[in-house]
Design a protein around this ligand. Structure first.
Ligand SMILES: [Zn+2]
Length: 122
């Protein structure tokens, strides 16, 4: 199924450039012949190349932290997303946390998947 994460990840078949399901591509990471994801358009067997995985994890950590900080600053501009605690510090409320995760952190982390490479299983 092509969901929002698949759009952020933008995993495309190298042969026909069809958008692939991110969840199925993650299951097919590093697989050998017969265990990969079959492209629904052209029938080639695909897998995610696991060589870029350490770089992806490092990028994810940096992007998640920085987008979270940026998102908390952005949420402070909307009074409905924050509250002032008794110590006088502005904090995110539940709606602010959900908005931060759905609108800022998850798309940013999803876009980090673009550094992973899709390849055809030979
Ligand atoms: Zn294809």
């Amino acid at each position: 199924m092509i969901g929002p994460n698949s759009v952020f990840a933008d995993f495309r078949c190298p042969f026909c450039h069809a958008l692939q399901s991110a969840r199925r591509m993650w299951r097919a990471m590093g697989s050998t012949r017969g265990a990969g994801h079959i492209c629904p358009r052209c029938g080639h067997e695909l897998r995610l190349c696991d060589a870029g995985l350490p770089r992806y994890r490092l990028l994810c950590a940096v992007v998640a932290l920085s987008s979270g900080l940026f998102g908390m600053w952005g949420a402070s501009l909307f009074p409905g997303l924050t509250f002032i605690n008794p110590a006088g510090v502005e904090k995110l409320n539940v709606a602010g946390f959900v908005a931060l995760m759905v609108l800022v952190v998850l798309p940013a982390v999803g876009a980090c998947q673009r550094i992973l490479k899709v390849e055809i299983v030979e």
